[in-house]
Design a protein around this ligand. Structure first.
Ligand SMILES: [Zn+2]
Ligand SMILES: [Zn+2]
Length: 245
């Protein structure tokens, strides 16, 4: 009855009326799913996504026989693999920004739905989901951590435990997306995380969850912490993948 009086509107365009779907078909068709591309088997970067950098030097890894990007051929990441659902642009980017910075908490449900209904098929099994943490100061400003909402929804869907306090951010960092230089991004997050308990993740397979993957410096830094505390495998899943500026 309420739906007839107050039809739900698409949370993205706020124009189209909806019956059950989370997004109207126009907004949904704007999302570019990475699954439709060919991508690096390790870090998940879609090939041809970055502009003429060494990441575009793709090749076959002789050990695994997998198709890897230039960065992964050089063995730059300690996580097992990283996957993202969609490219960070257009409507999904707008929704993430509203969700993160404008307090539109209800958009979280839509994003969780996009994440869980498009789970990459090639992820290995995992025991626990861990969100990339926010620093306490930022958490107070925003009142919630977008990664926690994604991770909680995903853990519920997968029927596994979500470890909200496994890693913490020990100092504030600038948003990675605002930093152009890759070296500077690495410095920005270096030593910015720690595990809250030694051996906390001993023998566990962990899925690290975040909203955006940029150069991978944040995922790499968190993965290092998880592996140091005994995790035997860390995989990374982000809702989106951003093009570098
Ligand atoms: Zn719409
Ligand atoms: Zn790669």
């Amino acid at each position: 009855m309420l739906d007839i009086l107050f039809p739900k509107v698409c949370p993205s365009c706020r124009i189209a009326a909806l019956k059950t779907e989370n997004l109207c078909s126009l907004c949904f068709s704007d999302i570019r799913f990475i699954n439709d591309w060919s991508f690096c088997q390790k870090c998940g970067v879609p090939f041809g996504f970055f502009d003429s950098t060494d990441e575009d030097d793709t090749g076959l890894d002789l050990k695994s026989g997998e198709h890897l990007c230039g960065k992964c051929i050089k063995g730059k990441f300690c996580f097992e693999k990283a996957r993202s659902i969609a490219i960070y642009d257009g409507k999904i980017r707008d929704m993430i920004i509203s969700f993160k910075y404008e307090g539109k908490l209800s958009i979280g449900d839509v994003l969780v739905d996009i994440l869980t209904t498009n789970m990459p098929k090639d992820l290995d099994s995992f025991d626990s989901v861990v969100p990339v943490p926010l620093h306490i100061v930022k958490l107070r400003q925003r009142e919630y951590n977008q990664s926690v909402i994604l991770a909680t929804g995903l853990a519920k869907y997968a029927g596994v435990n979500c470890d909200l306090f496994g890693i913490k951010r020990t100092r504030e960092t600038r948003p990675q997306i605002e930093i152009v230089s890759e070296d500077e991004r690495r410095r920005n997050v270096k030593g910015a995380f720690s595990v809250t308990e030694d051996h906390k993740f001993k023998g566990k397979s962990i899925l690290l969850v975040d909203d955006v993957f940029t150069t991978g410096s944040t995922s790499e830094e968190c993965s290092k912490m998880l592996l140091n505390s005994g995790a035997y495998k860390v995989q990374v899943l982000t809702l989106t993948r951003a093009k570098r500026m």
